[in-house]
Design a protein around this ligand. Structure first.
Ligand code: HPA
Length: 256
């Protein structure tokens, strides 16, 4: 593994920051002055992805002259992968020198004070997947500050300076792949969830266990079931994500 050429290419980019791009958020890349990409298939330790909108590759890019590895596409528990598989990318990124990790996702909106199409910075999460990448390891990781408070302060300031709407709240991570019922959404809201999705929480846990600093952002692509007028569709999620990517790119530019 030490001489693996694909790993060497990632390592040679000498990035300390990585950004995982969620559903429909690939449009972020066209803004990033990216140079080079490496398909996930070149890494034996990574599982294969199968969801439309989740291409699998690392893109070696820059934001304001800061080297960044973009992870375009992730695998999910609902594809039948284990919690270890879903977080293999986080371990790989840590092994090539990443110290700070930004996790993005598309999520359903449960807080009626927020607006669909906008972004929410994760202040915390509720892991409702029923599993963890640390299973079997007896690692009692402290998650008091799963999402870096200092980093959140920076992003909040950047949003104000750029005049961008940036909500802040709690992300509930579920197994999926079905969307929630309206009754489940009411339950999740009463548990303190502001946004609901099917990713991110396991990656955040794995990253914290490895000592990485983590930030998380949900693109609020749709009202969670029962709160909006229509039905939910993956196409709507991808479309809204695409439109919101530009806003996020401005936020990154201002904060980094
Ligand atoms: N629920 C769960 N996951 C999601 C949603 C949703 O409404 N929208 C995008 N990902």
């Amino acid at each position: 593994m030490a001489n693996d050429p694909a790993l060497e290419r990632l390592r040679n980019h000498r990035a300390e920051l990585a950004i995982v791009l969620g559903s429909g958020l690939n449009a972020l890349l066209s803004e990033s002055g990216s140079e080079e990409d490496i398909p996930y298939s070149e890494f034996a330790e990574l599982p294969k992805t199968s969801v439309p909108g989740h291409a699998g590759r690392y893109v070696l890019g820059n934001i304001n002259d800061r080297r960044v590895i973009f992870a375009q596409g992730r695998v999910h528990l609902y594809e039948g992968h284990s919690a270890r598989d879903v977080t293999a990318g986080v371990r790989l990124l840590a092994s090539v020198g990443i110290k700070r990790l930004i996790l993005t996702n598309a999520a359903g909106l449960a807080n009626e004070r927020f607006s669909p199409g906008s972004w929410m910075m994760l202040s915390d999460h509720i892991n409702l997947t029923g599993t963890t990448p640390l299973l079997g390891s007896a690692q009692f990781v402290d998650l008091t500050e799963a999402y870096s408070k200092k980093w959140r302060d920076d992003f909040r300031r950047a949003a104000v300076s750029e005049n961008l709407v940036l909500h802040e709240g709690v992300y509930a991570g579920l197994l999926g792949p079905q969307y929630e019922t309206p009754a489940e959404v009411r339950m999740l809201r009463s548990l303190g969830a502001d946004a609901i999705g099917m990713s991110t929480v396991l990656e955040a846990i794995q990253a914290r266990a490895l000592g990485l600093e983590v930030a998380g952002f949900s693109c609020l692509t749709n009202w969670a079931a029962g709160l909006g007028s229509g039905n939910l569709s993956h196409e709507e999620v991808l479309e809204t994500g695409k439109a919101a990517a530009k806003t996020f790119s401005r936020l990154l530019d201002a904060a980094l």
